[in-house]
Design a binder for this molecule. Sequence first.
Ligand SMILES: CC(C)(COP(=O)(O)OP(=O)(O)OC[C@H]1O[C@@H](n2cnc3c(N)ncnc32)[C@H](O)[C@@H]1OP(=O)(O)O)[C@@H](O)C(=O)NCCC(=O)NCCS
Length: 187
Amino acid sequence: MTIDISTATADDAAALAACAAITFPLACPPDSRPEDIRRHIETNLSAERFAALAGLPGHTILCLRDEGGIVGWSMIVLDQPTDADVLSALSISPVVELSKFYVHPDHHGRGLAAALMGATLELAAASGLPGVWLGVNQENARAIRFYTKHGFREVGTKRFRLGDRFEDDFILQQALPAAAAGAVSAA
Ligand SMILES: CC(C)(COP(=O)(O)OP(=O)(O)OC[C@H]1O[C@@H](n2cnc3c(N)ncnc32)[C@H](O)[C@@H]1OP(=O)(O)O)[C@@H](O)C(=O)NCCC(=O)NCCS
C-alpha cells in the first residue's frame, strides 16, 4: 500500500468531509445522541467548512492518503487557547493545538495513525512553539492509549459541548523539540 501525507487544499474539502462523517462518531461517547453528532458534522465538518479551513491562517490540515483517497486527517492550530480549564492545566506556553486527529476504521491498528502522528508532530515542532496540547473524550480509551504512546501526558480536564450536553475531556500535552533554525511556519 502506498501512503502519502500532505497538506490539504480546498480541492480536498469534499473527501475530507466524507472521511470526517465516518470518523467523528467514533470519537464520541456511546451515549451521545445521534442527532447531536449529525448536527456537529453538518455544522463543523462540512465540505464548505473544510474549504474555508484549508486557507485559514494558523490552521494546517494534513491528509493521510492511500490509493483510494483520504483515509485520515489531522489539524493543528496556532491560535492560543482561551478556555480557562485549558490555560490552568497547561504547563507549557505558547502551544500548538492538535485540534483534530482521525483515521478511517479500516486502517486502525495498522500503523497508519502512527505515521500521521509523526508528520503532525513534525509540523507542530516546525512552528517553533515549545509544546502541543489536545482534548480527548474521557471515554475514548483507544485514543487516550494512542496519544500516550506518542508522548502526550494528561495534565487536566475540560468540557466539550456536543448539542445541549457537555462531555468530559482530558487535556493532554507534550513538549516539542526546538525547531531547526529557519524552519517554516506551520501556517
Ligand atoms: C485514535 C486513532 C487515531 C488511533 O489509531 P489506531 O490505529 O487505532 O492506533 P494504534 O492501534 O496504534 O493504537 C491504539 C492503542 O489503543 C489500544 N486499544 C484499542 N482499543 C482499546 C480500548 N477499547 N481501550 C484501551 N485501549 C485500546 C490498542 O491496543 C493500541 O495500544 P497498543 O499499541 O499498546 O496495543 C484511531 O483509533 C481513530 O481514528 N479513532 C477514531 C477517531 C478518534 O477517536 N480520534 C481521536 C479524537 S480526540
